[in-house]
Design a protein around this ligand. Sequence first.
Ligand code: ADP
Ligand code: MG
Length: 840
Amino acid sequence: MTNDTPDWIRLHKALAVEAEHGFTDLMGKQYRFSEFLSLTFGKFPTILPAIERRRWQELAGQFVNYPHLVLEERQHLVAETRRYLYQLQKEPGSSTSTTSATLSTSSLSGRGAGEQKRNYQSQVKNPTSPMVAEVSKRLAPKIDQKLSDLPEIGIRKADKLAVLNLYTVRDLLFYYPRDHIDYARQVNIRELQAGETVTIVATVKRCNCFTSPKNQKLSILELILKDNTGQIKISRFSAGARFTSRAWQESLKRRYPVGSILAACGLVKGSKYGLTLDNPELEVLANPGDAIESLTIGRVVPIYALTEGVMASMVRQAVTTVLPAAVHLKDPLPKGLREKYGLMELKDAIANIHFPDDSATLQVARRRLVFDEFFYLQLGLLQRQQQARQIQTSAILAPKGQLIEKFYEILPFQLTNAQQRVLNDILNDLQKSAPMNRLVQGDVGSGKTVVAVIAILAAIQSGYQAALMAPTEVLAEQHYRKLVSWFNLLHLPVELLTGSTKAAKRREIHSQLETGELPLLVGTHALIQDTVNFQQLGLVVIDEQHRFGVKQRALLQQKGEQPHVLTMTATPIPRTLALTIHGDMNVSQIDELPPGRQKIQTTMLTGQQRTQAYDLIRREVAQGRQVYVVLPLVEESEKLDLRSAVEEHQKLQESIFPDFQVGLLHGRMSSADKDETITKFRDRETQILVSTTVVEVGVDVPNATVMLIENAERFGLSQLHQLRGRVGRGAAQSYCLLMSSTRSPDAQQRLKVLEQSQDGFFISEMDMRFRGPGEVLGTRQSGVPDFTLASLVEDEEILLLARQAAEKVIEIDVTLERWTLMKAELKYRYERLMGGAILT
Ligand code: ADP
Ligand code: MG
């Protein structure tokens, strides 16, 4: 790739987002959609052939004009552009595909539908034998055929399908429905009973979409539905500023015109206004005047994700048209493997995922396709892992030796079994000629640091240097302090390097690293600056690894020649998620706490019970203990957060606890001020520390016994668990108070999990169930692939089987040469999955 290449992903993404938002010429961070597109097309890559350059210039001009187009024109231009880009990337420059149906890119500039049709027919009219000629009348479309070439679909509908990224028969076959409605569960409105999950089929009598009078960021869609037996009002809510735009609300209304026939599926519940369906699935079965399609009668009907201007009936018709092509699908999974894991054959699975004979068959089909989604991802990850193992490291580290033995002597405690097990994993890795790539997961306080220190000593006693990187200065300093006390007894030097290290000290450290006299450096991001050079770096330890980007980890790694890498995280994630995002790493778990730890007493309190909380704080402080008060991020604005922290601090200091010293810590403070605040707290000059979530990682004050969390419902469970881990670090009984006035049963249930459990793995599992895998990781750049069908919550069993199958395959032949279809499928899928993960 050169700089000359356009950013395809951004381009596609921009087009997709514009389509999703109803062609409103969205404002991006920097440009409007139309501006971005015209700019991008204006700078065509020089590698483009002349004819394509002209096309790009043309497009640049068309997008300049975009704001002046009416909706249909905008829609058409976007669809055409997407189709064009798609083809350009697939077959740059020319159309060399073997099917006669292939469109050349120039077809976009206006080849008529008639010609499309002739093209398609000429293909079926040139059969190779009379018998085939007979059959060919009913010949199924080919897998790679363009949708616009199929007479039943035609260019107009193909344009609309292109909005959904559907261009070929294959695309449509693999466009799995997001749900099905089982008409066996269909009931009349009069017969509805609260607590049942049902489907009703009724006519839209009224449809309205408006912004909630109580909440400017909430959009409400309200429908009155009527069948022969009665009527019902149902509502759907969309939260978020972008849903309250007039354009969006109007576009939603257009989806449910009065008189159309709608299927609504969901849980019946009682409300002030009588029975309703709780956040139902809605599906337009037929528009006013249509006859009800036979497709929807008497069977399990697929529901597809749709978008503005694309009707459910149209997608279903299109799928019906291409479905016969499924017979051409060759199954990349060998028969033996399918039989071993009880998998339906691909072509049957595809046929049944769309139009299943019954619910049971649907499940079997789904199982196969979910297996595929997991299988190819695991295959890709394992292949990458194998390739990494081909890399050689020169750092072979001795697992036994004087330093480690001396360390055991000075250690005031015995390692737990879990620590010992994980340590063995690590020491094993260190003796191999391939660099270690291991993640240690362990709850707060499970003792990860000690384990890391032993690995570090293995490196030092083998003549190598080591580096320990932490995400914040507070945490780096804490590690440093602990390490100094141990390393002094071992007569080993260790230094700390952070953003606040003075220039003279920094120069000294740099030179000691280069000569090799400094065996261990602890620090923050400052470690990865290019002025830092090690003489011989053998081991890199990264604490709280999820706080670093891939790039930062890579930079540290490059400080040595293929050093071993040990990453640690105190935010355990569920096994399914770990396999999905860390499938190419080795993962060890410290799933046991050192003995003698007390349970932290955790209680949910409402606003009215606030005095109880303050009483407890008063009592604890009177006994010489200390207290954290943590406030959530209220808004995406640091200013507001700051204000809430400042106000809370003032309130507590002046009105509630004037007799105590209350400190304040927030993200906007300079690191010197932060340090000072934390030092004061550690030295017990302040008894109460009001803080935003910056205390989440690292701060270690064993004398603190109370953690009060305001608006606890705004945090994820794993994050709350992390915060709770700031107390209970000493011998005294500790308390975690979750303040929350939410009435949402969902939020209350979520918080209950914390009252009941102290097990980080269990908590993260529940967090994933409540909020979904992406949220558990807490960052947008989480890298959870976009599965279409598979669920990390529901499909653990299938994931484990798929992993096992992939391991077997890789073991037999890591190149996959003997399974050409599988290899090709892997390439196709893996690229798409990874592409998706980068985007989200
Ligand atoms: P974390 O996993 O959160 O990084 P640390 O490594 O900071 O945990 O350990 C938490 C505390 O427990 C430290 O004070 C450490 O010295 C202590 N510790 C670690 N392992 C043991 C053990 N096996 N027995 C008793 N105390 C331990
Ligand atoms: Mg730690």
